[in-house]
Design a protein around this ligand. Sequence first.
Ligand code: SAM
Length: 218
Amino acid sequence: MNEGIRRMIERDIAGRGIRDPRVIAAMGKVDRALFVPPEWKESAYDDHPLSIGAGQTISQPYMVAFMTEALGLSGDERVLEIGTGSGYQTAILAELAREVYTVERIESLATAAEDRLVALGYANIRFHLGDGSLGWREYAPYDRIIVTAAAPAAPPSLIGQIAEGGRMVIPVGPPDGQALEIIERREGRILRRNSIGCIFVPLVGKEGFPGGPGQLDR
Ligand code: SAM
């Protein structure tokens, strides 16, 4: 682990209350500098989002760690991620789960993230270009679902793709500020609770916020 990552872990991950040793180890192993554009390399270990192009961001390290910890991964899960972005969160998930299914709606980001993650040697990730507000029906249900873009309300299609005993973590609320919602399916019942506040870019799609003229940005 390099000095920048070590400081990031000490100050913003363990230092801010993340306790799961597997999450801390994954945050220490995956180098965020490999996922940010060249002009942001010097800020790669700072605890804030950074621009990755196409009007999108790589999330702040603390939020990545918090959401990952909230998923409660033991290593055997199939995880659906909505909003591949740079692929940083995807890599953290791939370190901690059996299989990761990731969906992105912007083609340039999806392609760059896939090239990056394949070059890094991850073999347990499947990639899909499409509207993730509808989930990814082909491989549903999922033990865990993580949405890294803000939804006006938890999309019914995504709730429908949570496996029995499974869990979804999703930012819900207006574009200027949301709360992380944790939704679980227990004996067929849907249980919901709110966690910390956050600000994410919008989930744009049929069960998200309205977007541009097309369903996909290319
Ligand atoms: N987790 C990412 C990372 O580590 O770099 C950051 C994700 S960024 C905050 C949110 C991403 O969600 C953007 O790349 C955006 O294009 C994507 N997004 C927004 N609406 C989407 C949708 N309906 N389906 C799939 N991806 C979507």
